[in-house]
Design a protein around this ligand. Sequence first.
Ligand code: 13P
Length: 312
Amino acid sequence: MVVSPHILFHNCYSKYAIAAVNVFTMEQIHGLFSAGEKANAPFIVQITPVSRNYAHPKMLIGMIRAAAKIYPKAKFAVHLDHGVESHVFDAINSESYDSVMIDASHDDFNQNVKRTQAVVEKAKAKQIFVEAELGVLSGVEDDISVDEKMAKYTHPDEALQFVNETQCNSLAVAVGTSHGAYKFSGGQGIQFDILEKIQKLLPEFPLVLHGGSSVNHEEVNRINKSGGKLDKTASGVAPEEIIKSISYGICKINIATDTRILWARIHREFFKDNPDQFDPIIPGKQYIEAYEKFMLSKFDLLKATGKANQFN
Ligand code: 13P
């Protein structure tokens, strides 16, 4: 059953967070929906421009619609992650998305406002939720100056002005995380002082944490033992930081890298241990099961387990 992000975030604010997971394949969609149903946890299924190019937009939406029938108790919303206008307007017109993200975060403030306003205007007419982003989400290295570091993070006063001017429905903030397997190379973690200031200026407003993967060291070691060459500096967001961020207004936590690392571990180990095999459905099944297990523990961490009952 589809639940609007408006309702999801209104209910979860400061109590638990919604996992927003990027999907590229059938196995991932099975694992996610199956876990959501089993845990009775609401979730957001995300499609990116890259996954649309890879699988075809209609293929992914078709698989999500099928999953909603196969797992009828799943409570979810469909979201476009990191779109520019061409993807966002296509998603809005397709009427297959409950929510879209316009990512104009690399533009200057005024241009970001302008582009986000145009999306909000079109999306609101169709009751589609809009996530925008302010600040630059990239690794912050040790060797850059404090001023340079602060320039990348979301400025709290600008966040307030941005939300007021654009009327976006949620805001992705740059508070220290980055996408991928190599976060926190400077060991700095989430900047809770910035998050606290943003929450004070925007009370009850849903904030989004991109780069929410935890990058499990055990998984990375297993990949490397099976022939992988992932860098030892691979690191993600610590579970304690994820939990803490919920009380600071983070409602949606984006996850993609962890599911890719899991895919690499399952397939590398399988083909290393079974060099005579070549059938995709055997490791595919293992991946679905491992993915479901991974999501069940993620829902627990985000305190979302059992919360889907609120949306009957
Ligand atoms: P990770 O790379 O930490 O999984 O973050 C994914 C993300 O933020 C997608 O928008």
